[in-house]
Write a protein that binds this ligand. Structure first.
Ligand SMILES: [Zn+2]
Length: 58
């Protein structure tokens, strides 16, 4: 049993339909995995840059 949720980028509706949005028949995307990893990656690199700057100061 799969419990993936999809998100219509067009009308911003969550759906369990993995092909098209029931509202507008737009393309649905799977929101969580990609967004989370990008967000994490960004935060991590900002943090790392800060650390590097601190290192250089010393
Ligand atoms: Zn839609």
């Amino acid at each position: 049993m799969t419990k993936s949720i999809f998100f219509c980028a067009k009308c911003k509706t969550y759906t369990l339909n993995d092909k098209t949005c029931p509202n507008c028949e737009g393309r649905v995307v799977s929101p969580q995995p990609a967004r989370f990893s990008i967000e994490k990656e960004k935060k991590y690199s900002i943090y790392r840059r800060k650390l590097l700057k601190e290192e250089i100061k010393k």
